[in-house]
Design a protein around this ligand. Structure first.
Ligand SMILES: CCCCCCCCCCCCC/C=C/C(=O)SCCNC(=O)CCNC(=O)[C@H](O)C(C)(C)COP(=O)(O)OP(=O)(O)OC[C@H]1O[C@@H](n2cnc3c(N)ncnc32)[C@H](O)[C@@H]1OP(=O)(O)O
Length: 305
């Protein structure tokens, strides 16, 4: 309990006393065209991560802009963590909405080109960056809402699962899930743990083995996402949701969040080095490199057709 309280105290440093203004009900298509209020300021200069912070509401919108599909490359994850740290330290920010500035895709998951044909040193840095990103988002004292505006497989799904609430566009063409087995690779234990914490044991047992990608209605049915909305209501709903969460005193909520997430966080922290070794060893295998190569070929071939 003492460590939970310490963790919560650390998280509470991100607390703010911002007076909330009424939620913006502006409806626009996608985050990139969202109409930011006059009190919004550009809080990040990164090329792949755009941040807008509304100091009246305390809501920050963090948009991924890494074309063509917001794949989570080493560079992208490094920029993500830098932008995240800035927000985490900003007392005027109480909550963060994660979304994509690109149409049709939230995130295509880990960048396969960072895992395919790269050196063990590169893959070590890559995996460390992913662990770092996950620890920051999953362990954040801020309220984090995923506004899922497109495909969200594998690492993209992990990012959404690390948030406190998931809102997805109601459109059957967008799929979300832990599909690694379909690529011939294995989702690490902490991906599985996040899924299991959200949809339960049996559903995740089926899900990770089959590598199921769920459409938005299926994702809602199994609890993988919390809410579906029309595309033009995504950001306004995420903002309204966030403001409802703000009614809960930060400190009490942060301690509660840390308590609920502690076991999953501790397991990952205890196994962090072994997890890196597993990843590098696993991706060193010729058979795994072959699977990744074939998958990339398949993705490129699909486009050519
Ligand atoms: C004892 C211990 C054992 C266990 C040990 C475990 C250790 C750990 C092992 C390894 C674990 C790895 C975990 C992996 C997690 C991942 O996230 S893997 C990535 C999974 N992602 C996907 O499967 C998504 C693939 N992409 C798509 O399905 C589609 O691209 C899309 C997202 C639905 C978008 O479709 P569309 O808009 O039609 O775009 P496309 O034309 O398909 O793609 C455009 C270009 O983008 C390239 N691309 C797509 N996805 C990726 C990607 N993930 N990485 C890199 N590049 C990607 C695609 O090839 C196209 O490229 P070009 O042809 O050059 O334009």
């Amino acid at each position: 309990m003492a460590s939970v309280l310490r963790q919560a105290a650390r998280l509470a440093s991100s607390r703010c006393l911002t007076q909330l203004s009424a939620a913006s009900s502006t409806s626009r298509l996608g985050a990139s065209s969202y109409n930011f209020s006059p009190s919004s300021r550009n809080a990040s200069t990164s090329s792949t991560i755009k941040v807008q912070l509304d100091s009246n509401t305390g809501v920050a919108i963090m948009m991924f802009q890494n074309p063509p599909v917001n794949s989570m490359s080493l560079d992208f994850m490094t920029e993500f963590v830098i932008a995240w740290d800035k927000l985490e330290l900003d007392k005027s920010c109480r909550g963060i909405i994660l979304t994509s500035a690109l149409p049709n895709v939230f995130s295509a998951g880990l960048d396969i080109m960072d895992m395919y044909g790269t050196t063990p040193e590169h893959r070590t840095a890559f995996w460390k960056a992913l662990q770092e990103l996950w620890l920051k988002v999953y362990g954040s004292g801020k309220i984090v809402v995923a506004a899922i505006n497109g495909a969200s497989p594998a690492g993209g799904c992990l990012m959404a699962l690390s948030c406190d609430y998931r809102i997805m566009i109601d459109n059957p063409k967008y799929k979300i899930g832990i599909n690694e087995t379909k690529l011939g690779i294995v989702a690490p234990f902490w991906f599985k743990d996040c899924l299991e914490n959200t949809v339960g044991y049996r559903m995740s047992e089926m899900s990770v083995q089959y590598g199921i990608l769920y459409n938005s209605a299926e994702a809602l049915k199994i609890g993988l996402v919390d809410q579906l909305v029309p595309e033009d209501k995504l950001i306004s709903t995420a903002t309204e949701t966030m403001i409802k969460w703000f009614a809960i005193p930060d400190y009490a909520r942060q301690i509660s969040k840390a308590m609920v997430r502690k076991a999953t966080m501790d397991k990952m922290l205890a196994g962090r080095e072994a997890d890196i070794t597993n990843f590098v060893t696993f991706t060193n295998k010729d058979s795994i490199q072959k699977s990744l190569g074939m998958y990339m070929e398949m993705l490129k071939g699909r486009k050519a057709k």
